[in-house]
Design a protein. Structure first.
Length: 111
C-alpha cells in the first residue's frame, strides 16, 4: 500500500516535471523560417500583412520614407548552407506613389 502511494505520487511529480519542461521548450523557441519560405511570406505584401505574419521587427529604418527597412533578428536559416542561422533578415519596403502603401520589394539576409 505504501509502495503504491509512493509510485502514484512519483508518477504525478514526473508528469508535472515533464509538462513544465515541454512548456518551457515550446515558449522558449520562436518560429524559424528557411530563406525561401520567408521570402514567400513577405514578398509583395504590405507592412500590415508582414507584421501580422511575423510580428514586430527588431528594428525599423524609416529615414527614407520611400524605402523603409524592417530588421528581424535570427529567425531565418540557409538550407543550402547546412541550415546555418542568419543573424538578420532585412525586409525592404517601397512606398507606392499612388496610394502611399508600403509593399515588400526585396529581402536580404545577413550571417
Amino acid at each position: 500500500m505504501v509502495a503504491n502511494a509512493f509510485s502514484s505520487r512519483l508518477a504525478r511529480v514526473l508528469g508535472a516535471v515533464t509538462l513544465a519542461v515541454a512548456m518551457l521548450a515550446v515558449t522558449g523557441c520562436g518560429e524559424f523560417y528557411g530563406r525561401d519560405d520567408f521570402k514567400g511570406y513577405v514578398m509583395n505584401k504590405s507592412d500590415a500583412e508582414v507584421a501580422k505574419r511575423l510580428g514586430k521587427p527588431a528594428a525599423v529604418n524609416d529615414s527614407n520614407p520611400q524605402r523603409v527597412t524592417w530588421t528581424y533578428n535570427s529567425i531565418t536559416y540557409d538550407v543550402t548552407n547546412q541550415n546555418k542561422k542568419d543573424s538578420k533578415a532585412l525586409v525592404i519596403f517601397k512606398r507606392d506613389s499612388q496610394n502611399g502603401q508600403l509593399t515588400v520589394v526585396e529581402v536580404q539576409f545577413e550571417r
